[in-house]
Ligand binder design. Structure first.
Ligand SMILES: [Zn+2]
Ligand SMILES: [Zn+2]
Length: 366
């Protein structure tokens, strides 16, 4: 991207109002514009907006990620034809690299933006459309849906102090952050969901540092499933028959019967599962649960590559919690498919088998 600085807080746009003039301009709640494709757009206070970069000729010649992104803080006007917005800028990785030499913009995605504390007065003529900007907190278990045309933001930047929150050092042993645009298999991040960990590691770094599970008889899927998002100890498979409750409905195996039952029962109900008693093996217990639910719960938690920006974190975490609940309470909610997207939860491998990796912190499987 050609480096050209944004309009600065004072004097960037010669027509921009001064702070003194701004203070007496009439306030508005919204304004409208027509873009280069003759489409009308309405902008309101607190909207996230796409703005024309000052080197651009026409908006229809730009890729979406090439637009500047800002949050509209206030709208004021000198007249109906001369409308201005006070905006707070989202910076791109390249913008940040222009300010901080040590910042490597290649660790940012093209749709990534860093929320700065820099404000400007911008003419309504510079606005092009609304932007979707999703907050992305990498350590959280419930992840937002970040679509292909969505911007996302995982850091804020205090411009004068050059301070990031959180620090853009990533959580991997290499101290290089996750780059959501790097789609290579070895760059896929493996996430440890345990409360004391909640960190993601590059696959290549784990392999290189030999964080590999060599337990001879390790049943990796079951070990992964037992890695709990809510406890630093592995989930303990019950060795007793769980307490029985009144509801009669019994689910035997597979998700087909679950789907069938959701059409005839209240979505808030939970289906009883009959768990084998007399010291069952984990595999015996899991075999009576919906097969797809178990399959998702047994996946490594990953992001990047063909798993997408936020990966399968949310779905695998939800699936593990549901499986633990089923095994301890003897019930599966009929609407489990609403919180576990099987297609997005199951890892699609391209380069063959995923290595059995260990978390450098807790040594649990990831
Ligand atoms: Zn790494
Ligand atoms: Zn861990």
């Amino acid at each position: 991207m050609k480096k050209k600085s944004r309009p600065q807080v004072s004097g960037g746009d010669p027509d921009a109002p001064t702070d003194k003039e701004w203070a007496v301009m009439k306030k508005y709640g919204s304004f409208g514009i027509t873009d280069d494709d003759n489409e009308d757009h309405l902008f309101k206070t607190n909207d996230m907006a796409l703005l024309m970069p000052d080197h651009a000729v026409a908006s229809n010649q730009l890729e979406l990620h090439e637009f500047w992104v800002a949050k509209i803080k206030e709208i004021r006007a000198r007249s109906e034809e001369d409308v201005w917005a006070r905006v707070q800028w989202y910076w791109s990785g390249n913008d940040v690299a222009g300010l901080i030499k040590s910042f490597d913009p290649s660790n940012c995605g093209s749709y990534e933006r860093i929320f700065s504390d820099q404000y400007d007065y911008v003419s309504s003529q510079s606005f092009n459309g609304l932007a979707n900007v999703r907050d992305y907190f990498e350590q959280e278990l419930a992840q937002p849906n970040i679509g292909e045309d969505d911007f996302y933001c995982r850091y804020t930047l205090e411009v004068k102090g050059r301070k990031f929150d959180p620090k853009p050092n990533g959580t991997c042993i290499c101290a290089i952050p996750y780059n959501p645009d790097d789609t290579s298999e070895e760059s896929i991040m493996h996430f440890c969901p345990r409360p004391n960990c909640r960190k993601a590691y590059h696959r290549r770094c784990l392999v290189k540092a030999s964080y590999i599970d060599t337990t001879p008889s390790a049943n990796l899927p079951t070990r992964l499933l037992a890695s709990s998002p809510d406890s630093d100890d592995p989930f303990e498979f019950p060795s007793y028959e769980p307490p029985r409750k009144k509801q009669k409905q019994i689910i035997r195996r597979g998700s087909e019967s679950m789907h069938a039952s959701t059409t005839t029962t209240n979505t808030k109900t939970k289906n009883r599962v009959t768990l084998p008693s007399a010291s069952p093996e984990p595999e015996d217990l899991l075999s009576v649960l919906p097969a797809d639910l178990v399959k998702v719960a047994e996946q490594p938690i990953i992001k990047g590559g063909n798993a997408g920006i936020v990966g399968n974190v949310t779905y695998v975490v939800n699936a593990r919690r549901l499986v633990y609940e089923a095994l301890t309470e003897g019930r599966v909610p009929t609407d489990w498919v609403d919180i576990v997207d099987v297609a997005k939860g199951v890892v699609k491998t391209v380069g063959g088998k995923i290595p059995a990796l260990l978390c450098p912190d807790c040594q649990g499987p990831i």
